[in-house]
Design a protein around this ligand. Structure first.
Ligand SMILES: [Zn+2]
Ligand SMILES: [Zn+2]
Length: 460
């Protein structure tokens, strides 16, 4: 499998350094509901790990919670609750959305507030080695110019950065390029003891520390949104590599941004959508489908229309899978294997796409090619059909859009009605069969008559 490495600006063969691929994803700062941009990162790297599992590549996946931050403290104050409780609330809300989006739980989900020792170990070392210093207000800053490779990820040198970016100036820093590792606490703020007095960690150092604690000094893949390349990931590299003297992450994968109605998503433009708001209207499934339906490095545009077209795509997927299930039930050992032959080809297409920098767009196209094959096939053997179904489920399983095959959750009284209707049709009592169709409709089920018999669909 090849992936595009932001660090080298090219696609590279993905190989773990050790026995398993060590992956770190910058997780949410838990001060609010997640927005669709956060969800894209989650869904993309969920597909990534589902595909690694499918390819039997062992991995360890760490995603942190940033559960201490200015925005958490502000939100907690506004709501008159302790910061810890406020963060806890949004971790719970995150998990609701994460489950809704079918995100596989990470191997470890460390929290910044539970990683203070690991954070201070790195800060103390950086101070001792001259890569960091204590300012007169007891904040600790990283001495950015002490790290020669600064800018290597975002491909800019330090002078360019100083001119081109909004750098935070203040009186206590030696150099405007320096960034904070430890903030001395104001009265009433959550704080932890340190050599520098009571304080709390800066955002960048948290990730360096949690990655090192749970994965080691050198990790294989560091993931995140494209907006984190600078300064967050650049700073993580500077801290970690100054601390360990070793490469921090061998590969860097970044997910592109989302526009809303062709404009940059922002709170001030009023086009800012949380996952919860959208899922309340459409459910989670079309959100996930929309987010993985394009290649992760291409910018995508969120709109009502895009979600509705995702719903339509999911419906096609579900119907094809149901049709396949019914065909399996009515088929026997005689018949052709043409469908299976083409399904194998589609799986090959699917894998080739996924191997090429996780190209989910082409992988989904392969799934729809398979659906077309299914919808036009006839007279296939039971074996051909059930093996095709296995391939179908592999694809939807990797994409995390597993089609419902229903069956088990149909209430018994509905099955009873279906049986009665079948009998009335056999007796050519069409008035009764029409009446039963109405009754089923009232119960939320739509029944269609096909050459293979009655087909039941849930009315949404
Ligand atoms: Zn991070
Ligand atoms: Zn050094």
């Amino acid at each position: 499998m090849r992936i595009y490495n932001t660090l080298t600006k090219k696609k590279e063969e993905l190989k773990p350094l050790g026995n398993e691929l060590l992956i770190y994803l910058c997780g949410p700062t838990v001060y609010n509901f997640i927005h669709v941009g956060n969800a894209r990162t989650l869904c993309v790297f969920d597909v990534f790990r589902r595909y690694l599992s499918y390819k039997k590549i062992p991995f360890k996946f760490v995603m942190n919670y940033t559960d201490i931050d200015d925005r958490i403290i502000d939100g907690a104050n506004e709501n008159n609750m302790p910061a810890k409780e406020y963060a806890e609330k949004y971790i719970d809300e995150f998990l609701v959305d994460s489950n809704g989006l079918s995100i596989t739980p990470p191997s470890v989900t460390p929290r910044a507030t539970e990683s203070i020792d690991a954070i201070l170990e790195i800060i103390d070392n950086l101070v001792d080695n001259g890569h960091a210093y204590v300012a007169e207000n007891s904040d600790v800053y990283f001495r950015t110019r002490s790290f020669e490779d600064y800018g290597k990820l975002s491909n800019q040198d330090i002078e360019q950065i100083e001119e081109g970016h909004r750098i935070e100036y203040n009186d206590v820093k030696e150099d405007p390029m320096d960034f904070v590792l430890w903030k001395s606490s104001k009265p009433g703020e959550p704080s932890w003891e340190s050599r520098y007095g009571n304080g709390r960690p800066g955002w960048h150092i948290e990730c360096s520390a949690m990655a090192k604690k749970h994965l080691g000094k050198t990790i294989d893949v560091h993931c995140g949104g494209l907006d984190l390349v600078f300064p967050h990931h650049e700073n993580e590299i500077a801290q970690s590599e100054s601390y360990s003297g070793e490469v921090f992450s061998r590969y860097w994968m970044h997910v592109a941004m989302i526009n809303v109605d062709n404009r940059k998503m922002s709170k001030s433009l009023g086009n800012f959508f949380t996952v919860r708001e959208i899922s309340d209207i459409y459910g989670y499934e079309p959100i996930r489908f929309f987010l993985i339906n394009a290649h992760y490095r291409s910018q995508i545009n969120f709109s009502k229309k895009a979600i509705e077209s995702s719903l339509a795509s999911l419906k096609r997927i579900n119907i094809a899978r149901e049709n396949l299930e019914r065909a399996i039930e009515s088929a026997d050992s005689s018949g052709e294997d043409i469908l299976l032959d083409s399904a194998k080809k589609r799986l090959g297409q699917f894998e080739t796409s996924m191997d090429d920098d996780l190209n989910t767009a082409d992988a989904i196209a392969a799934l729809f090619d398979l659906i077309r094959d299914i919808n036009t096939s006839e007279g296939q053997s039971k074996d051909s059909l059930s093996k095709t179904a296995e391939i179908f489920d592999i694809m939807t399983g990797v994409l995390g859009i597993k089609a419902e095959t229903d069956g088990d959750d149909i209430p018994p009284e509905v099955i009873q009605l279906l049986e009665e209707r079948k009998r009335s049709r056999e007796n050519k009592n069409y008035a009764e069969s029409d009446r039963l169709r109405e009754v089923l409709l009232e119960k939320g089920y739509r029944v269609e008559d096909t050459k293979d018999g009655q087909v039941l669909r849930k009315n949404n």
